[in-house]
Design a protein around this ligand. Sequence first.
Ligand code: GAR
Length: 231
Amino acid sequence: MTSPPFSFSPRRIVILISGRGSNMQSLVRACHTEGWPAEVVAVVANKPGAAGLAWASEQGIATACVPHREFAEREAFDAELARVIDGFQPDFVILAGFMRVLTPAFVRRYAGRLINIHPSLLPAFPGLHTHAQALAVGVQVHGCSVHFVTPVLDHGPIIAQGVVPVLAGDTANDLAARVLEVEHQVYPAAVRWLVEGRVRLDGEVPLVAGVAQRLFLHPMLLHTEEVLHGD
Ligand code: GAR
């Protein structure tokens, strides 16, 4: 009996969350249903009450919490977070609604293996309250970006983006809900490319191979006549 010429061990994914974890759920579901060569080995939060932790635990995924409030210094929090993450031996660390600014040392530790989803079309609207920021200046399209994390907040080489229309009368909550719909398309696609080895960071540049489309349009943008004329 000959052994196969080579074998792949599943890529190990650790997902960091701060709250409900709907993006984390979309990643776990896509990993299972699409049969990625990967496994979500742990979900880690910085808040003990993060709803996503309970969901992950129900799925049989290991969970951990490193409460940021217990650390006076950002560096000490990040060091403990890295210790916990490294215990799961991840190939990739995925930020999914993780609402902490990370230190340069933490970012460097996972360089090229750390990605984030941000609810805006970067480089527009970094930081918080992105949907209110978008409404305040009257942009006509808004969306989300998946990017490699660099030491500069909400900055870094972009892997994929999702675009939604801004409609007359939208509130920040309306817009957030519409953006979340495309987040749940864009993030699973981008993380799948990552675990399949189709996207990697080469210096400052994201190298993407064998991916036809890195732009995801909300279904409403596929019927632009209706958006423009309200038919
Ligand atoms: C998502 O909209 C995500 O893009 C955003 O937080 C939300 C988390 O929702 N992330 C950031 O703002 C990071 N700067 P979820 O917990 O349901 O995935």
